[in-house]
Design a protein around this ligand. Structure first.
Ligand SMILES: [Fe+2]
Ligand SMILES: [Fe+2]
Length: 280
C-alpha cells in the first residue's frame, strides 16, 4: 500500500536511526518523509508501529559538503546582495537539515521515558515538515544557481543535542522552546529580505516554514509542561534552570511575542533570560 522506495524499519526508533545514519541530504529527507508516512498510515489503520528501542549515533551522518567551520570562520555577506541572499538560504538549508536530525533524534534517544502516543505523532510530524523545509529551501538555492553544500556551514549546530542527550526536559527546553522559538523571532525579517529582492519561491518557502515552526515550538511547550506535571515541577522555574544549565548565552530580543504566545510560550518564560541594556 505504500509507494515508498525505502523499506520501513520495524520500529519508530529504528526509523529514526535509519534517517540519522543516512548522510546524503536528499536521501535523508526522502527517508524521513517515507518513514513519517508509514508511521501515520499505520496509526490510521489502527496498527501502530512499535516505538522500539535503538541506539542513535551521538552525531548524525552528514554529507561530505558543506564543509563545517567554526561560526567565526563562516564568511558573512551583506543580506542585500545576491551573494548574501544565497548565503542566507544556504545557512537556512543547513538549519533545516539539522532540524530533521534533531526531531528524529528526540524520537530515538528517550525511549526509556514512557510518553503518550501524541508525543511521537508530534515529533514525527515535525520531522516530516523539516524534511519538506530543507527541500523547499534547497530548491530555492537551485533557482539562484546554487545548491546545499556549495558554501561552508556552521559546525556548532549539533551541540544542543549533545548537551541534552541525557535529559529530555533539557532537550525540549533548548531545542523547540529556545532555538526554534528564536526562528519565530527572525523569520519575518528574512521574508522581508526576499520580498525586497522579488523572489517569490523563497517568500513562499519561508512562509511555510514560519507557519509550521509555530507548531514545533508548541509541541515543545506542550510536552515540557506535560513532564513538569508528571514530576510536580513549577514550569517557569524549571525552564529557567534548564536554559541556564544547557544554553550558552542570553536570549536575544526583540522577541516575536505574538507567535511565541500562539506557541504556548509566555513572556515570563523568556524575558527574565534576555540580555537587555535598558533596565525597565
Ligand atoms: Fe524548519
Ligand atoms: Fe522546527
Amino acid at each position: 500500500m505504500t509507494d515508498t522506495p525505502f523499506p520501513t524499519p520495524e520500529s519508530l526508533a529504528a526509523c529514526a536511526v535509519d534517517v540519522l545514519t543516512t548522510a546524503d541530504a536528499m536521501e535523508k529527507t526522502a527517508k524521513s518523509r517515507a518513514h513519517a508516512k508509514a508511521w501515520f498510515d499505520a496509526r490510521a489503520a489502527g496498527t501502530p508501529m512499535p516505538i522500539g528501542t535503538a541506539t542513535p549515533p551521538l552525531r548524525p551522518a552528514r554529507p561530505e559538503r558543506p564543509e563545517l567551520l567554526a561560526p567565526r570562520d563562516v564568511p558573512r555577506r551583506r543580506p542585500g546582495s545576491d551573494a548574501g541572499r544565497k548565503a542566507l538560504l544556504h545557512a537556512l538549508a543547513h538549519i533545516e537539515l539539522n532540524a530533521v536530525d534533531l526531531h528524529w533524534d528526540i524520537l530515538a534517544r528517550f525511549t526509556a521515558t514512557p510518553m503518550p502516543m501524541g508525543f511521537y505523532d508530534d515529533w514525527v510530524k515535525a520531522a516530516d515538515e523539516e524534511s519538506n523545509h530543507f527541500r523547499l529551501v534547497n530548491a530555492c538555492l537551485g533557482t539562484l544557481g546554487s545548491f546545499y553544500g556549495e558554501l561552508p556551514a556552521h559546525a556548532g549546530m549539533w551541540r544542543a543535542a549533545e548537551d541534552t542527550a541525557e535529559d529530555l526536559m533539557g532537550r525540549l527546553t533548548v531545542v523547540p522552546m529556545v532555538l526554534e522559538a528564536r526562528g519565530l523571532d527572525v523569520t519575518p525579517g528574512m521574508i522581508e529580505i526576499f520580498r525586497k529582492a522579488g523572489l517569490p519561491d523563497a517568500i513562499a518557502a519561508l512562509e511555510t516554514i514560519y507557519a509550521e515552526e509555530v507548531g514545533h515550538v508548541a509541541y515543545g511547550s506542550k510536552w515540557f509542561h506535560f513532564l513538569c506535571g508528571r514530576h510536580e515541577l513549577d514550569p517557569k522555574e524549571t525552564f529557567h534552570g534548564l536554559v541556564r544549565t544547557y544554553f550558552h548565552g542570553a536570549l536575544k530580543p526583540p522577541f516575536n511575542e505574538e507567535k511565541r504566545a500562539e506557541a504556548g510560550l509566555p513572556p515570563d518564560f523568556y524575558w527574565p533570560l534576555a540580555e537587555r541594556d535598558d533596565e525597565v
